[in-house]
Design a protein around this ligand. Structure first.
Ligand code: SF4
Length: 206
């Protein structure tokens, strides 16, 4: 089984949930939600974003708000003070340089304050449907257990892109993320249910 076949098997296993857990309706909303989700749970972000987006439906409204109002709107998400500042700075750049729109280009996205490669790739994939590899801790853990070892997320992203056709970049991101959340859990993987247990060097017996 090569990586492409592994991705297909995992995608089939989790075909009911090949998506992000963050709730969003457009690129702006996914960008903000992904920024808030750094070192915070998706659930905590989903709790605050409905009211945040109804009060601040676009970057211009964020820029017009005070930092205190933004902090209140995202509390109790972890690191809400720093994140309020970063969200405002990123929205300021969107207004100043991109006419208030979220660019569909990874380089431009990565230049926004508080936006790393993972967030940029999430926006590309989730909001624009463009081929992108999103590497989070779940994806790295699953790959590592399957025998694909990478130094860090950046190296993983680069190498995975050369190992897989573009058609499978998004599939890998969604399928491995879901697998890491549902079965290949950090503490104890549920290998019995795993569709690739036959070739996994880290398989644990029940
Ligand atoms: S066999 Fe177990 S350790 Fe290997 S990928 Fe599947 S769940 Fe993870």
């Amino acid at each position: 089984m090569d990586l492409k076949q592994i991705v297909e098997a995992l995608a089939d296993k989790h075909k009911d949930a090949l998506r992000f857990d963050l709730n969003f309706e457009n690129a702006y909303q996914l960008l903000i939600a992904a920024m808030l989700a750094a070192q915070a749970s998706d659930e905590s972000v989903n709790q605050v974003t409905p009211s945040f987006f109804s009060r601040f439906p676009n970057p211009r409204e964020v820029v017009a708000a005070s930092i205190e109002d933004l902090e209140k709107a995202i509390y109790p998400v972890n690191f809400y003070k720093t994140k309020a500042k970063r969200v405002r700075e990123a929205c300021q750049v969107l207004v100043d340089r991109f006419n208030g729109e979220v660019p569909d280009d990874v380089e431009a996205l990565s230049q926004l304050p508080g936006v790393g490669k993972k967030t940029a790739n999430m926006v590309l994939l989730g909001a624009y449907g463009k081929p992108a590899v999103v590497v989070d801790r779940h994806v790295l853990r699953v790959l590592d257990r399957l025998g694909f070892h990478f130094k860090d997320a950046d190296q993983a992203e680069q190498e995975l892109k050369s190992m897989l056709p573009e058609s499978h970049w998004g599939l890998l991101s969604y399928a491995l993320m879901r697998h890491g959340k549902r079965l290949c859990l950090a503490r104890k993987p549920n290998c019995l249910e795993c569709p690739v247990k036959g070739i996994c060097p880290s398989r644990e017996e029940a």
